[in-house]
Write a protein of this length. Structure first.
Length: 270
């Protein structure tokens, strides 16, 4: 859909017999990776930006592959894999060779990977074990380190900040070039209107899209919202989950997101 909520088009599951979620745009804006569930498990798939050319990317049996994230150079995709025992690990698949590299392991839940803009580091959410929260690890190998309590990390396109949720609010935390927290988080939403998840930066780093679960008695399907990176100009775009901003937005300068003609968001509508 466009960033003002108009021109909503369905790209996947025309027969309604499967569930697609967690869309992720390629850096050049030509393809989308997403998780597709048919039956008991989900795999990653690729398609063109118009929904054509769908192909299966991961084919492991008896596991759930979700939360795809493209590397800045567009050559690799990080994702989380749940093995059915409750453990969830991070892996990377190389698109040229289709071989996989496992980044984390053990009896933990590691998911929602997010690349640093230079491709050196990976932020992610760790739910089980000591000090659950957002962690960072070197993509080339090494032990992860704790950054801050929170979930759904998303690295600013120019680095220096990570958008996150604490399970209710959205905020920003400053990070240095090594992925260490540089200051305390600044909260942009306050949880009074709903529970906010999955922040996603616009390519120019000036806007955030996110998912909001409304609080009873107004509870219902989650909605997609956008706002400026300082929390101003909040806008409700309608029902949807886990938004992803199109890189095409970066090609149009001098306009607000609502004025830009490029497709700037993807959502899954129930």
């Amino acid at each position: 859909m466009r960033v003002d909520g108009s021109d909503l088009r369905q790209l996947t599951c025309p027969d309604g017999e499967a569930e697609s979620r967690h869309p992720a745009w390629s850096p050049d804006g030509t393809r989308i990776c997403f998780a597709l569930r048919r039956g008991d498990y989900s795999s990653l798939y690729l398609m063109d930006r118009d929904g054509a050319g769908e192909e299966r990317l991961t084919a492991a049996e008896g596991v759930d592959d979700e939360f795809p994230a493209w590397s800045p150079d567009g050559r690799r995709i990080a994702f989380s894999r749940c093995d059915g025992r409750g453990a969830e690990d991070l892996s990377i698949i190389c698109l040229d060779r289709r071989d996989e590299q496992r980044l984390t392991g053990g009896e933990r839940m590691d998911y929602r990977p997010a690349w640093s803009p230079d491709g050196r580091l990976m932020a992610f959410r760790r739910s089980l074990g000591r000090s659950p929260g957002i962690y960072v690890l070197p993509v080339a190998g090494g032990k992860p380190w704790f950054v801050i309590e929170g979930r759904s990390p998303n690295w600013h396109p120019q680095g220096g900040r990570i958008a996150l949720s604490d399970g209710v609010r959205l905020g920003l935390v400053g990070v240095d070039s090594d992925g260490q927290a540089a200051d305390a988080p600044v909260w942009l939403t306050y949880g009074s209107e709903g529970v906010d998840h999955y922040p996603c930066w616009s390519p120019d780093g000036q806007w955030l899209a996110f998912e909001r679960e409304r609080i009873a008695p107004d509870a219902g399907e989650p909605h997609i919202f956008t706002m400026r990176a300082d929390g101003d100009q909040l806008r409700d775009l309608g029902e949807g989950y886990t938004p992803a901003w199109s890189p095409a937005m970066a090609r149009t300068e001098g306009q607000s997101p609502a004025d830009r003609p490029a497709e700037t968001g993807v959502r899954r509508r129930e």
